[in-house]
Design a binder for this molecule. Structure first.
Ligand code: GTP
Length: 298
């Protein structure tokens, strides 16, 4: 038996003539290359089925077209070529093509003080589409950071002041006593709450963008937030992190505004929707802020 004698159900006519928006495969395992680094990705590949009379698309053609993503560094031009291949292999059936690549980007991060470094993962989705002959690339990136509540910090400071009044109210101050008091538990009788927080960035890239500026966008977001979560940490690094948090008090609204301004400054970004989630240790629920922006000239 050869291929010519195998039944081909996809080539049959559909019983219900109806076009479909997206048909393809989700969760295809693929080793991809980003900035020369080999990463394990899950890929969703699809096309529109515009010919409502056709029973099905040709899944194997989409699957085989993904092979190029294994061989070449990921960049917008490559995504476009793969999408065009999807359409060329479905001539007469499909007008739109879609790719979603889910990957944990790995970036090496240096410690704040000690000469150490460690790896951090950033969940990323790269979504590309050729729709009505227009090519679009969108990036979804998650960045984790630490946030300390400014209100809680002010309330804690007030309690520390009260403790100071209680302990030193009617005594003449001796430098050594105050220094010892500051180093005791009473000197920090209350602590503000802080939390591991996440920024979910959904970015529409500029169509002329020759590369996927993933590391650059993440670096800019972390710089704007100020207290990204750390990798390798010695006590000196932990102390520097405590100081950084104390100088970087923020509500979720502050974080959303800082990220908004940082993303607007990036020439690679045409539009974005961002969401920050502060997983509060004060409550069992989260504090959340969202922000959108579109470049005026687009
Ligand atoms: N269209 C479609 N194919 C499916 C589905 N589930 C599994 N497949 C299988 O995907 C396989 C590959 O499909 P095709 O690309 O049409 O395979 P082919 O006919 O050998 O390849 P071509 O000659 O290039 O058309 C077939 O064996 C289908 O049965 C489905 O839900 N829809």
């Amino acid at each position: 038996m050869n291929a010519l004698t195998l039944p081909d159900i996809a080539a049959q006519a559909s019983r219900q003539a109806l076009p479909l928006d997206w048909v393809g495969m989700c969760g295809i395992a693929l080793p991809i290359l980003i900035d020369g680094q080999r990463l394990s990705a899950k890929v969703d590949a699809g096309v529109s089925l515009d010919d409502g009379e056709a029973r099905g698309i040709h899944m194997s053609r989409l699957y085989l077209a993904l092979e190029r993503l294994e061989q070449e560094d990921l960049r917008p031009a490559l995504l476009r070529q793969v999408l065009q291949h999807f359409l060329d292999s479905h001539e007469g059936l499909s007008g739109n093509a879609y790719l979603r690549i889910h990957v944990d980007l790995l970036l090496k991060r240096h410690a704040l003080v000690s000469p150490l470094a460690g790896w951090k993962t950033y969940p990323v989705s790269i979504e590309a589409r050729l729709e009505n002959q227009m090519f679009h690339v969108e990036l979804k990136i998650d960045v984790t950071y630490s946030s300390t509540c400014p209100c809680s910090a002010a309330l804690a400071r007030q309690l520390i002041q009260q403790q100071f009044v209680d302990d030193f109210g009617n005594t003449s101050l001796q430098h050594a006593d105050v220094l010892a008091w500051l180093g005791s538990v009473k000197g920090i009788v209350a602590t503000p709450h802080s939390q591991r927080s996440s920024a979910q960035l959904h970015i529409h890239l500029n169509n002329q963008q020759p590369i996927l500026p993933l590391a650059e966008l993440i670096d800019n977001a972390e710089a704007a937030l100020g207290t990204a979560v750390q990798t390798a940490v010695k006590r000196a690094d932990e102390q520097a992190f405590a100081l950084a948090n104390g100088q970087n008090l923020m509500f979720c609204e502050d974080a959303a505004r800082r990220l908004n301004l940082a993303l607007q400054r990036s020439a690679a970004v045409n539009a974005f929707h961002l969401k920050v989630v502060h997983a509060e240790s004060l409550h069992a629920h989260d504090a959340v802020a969202e922000s959108r922006w579109t470049r005026a000239s687009t």
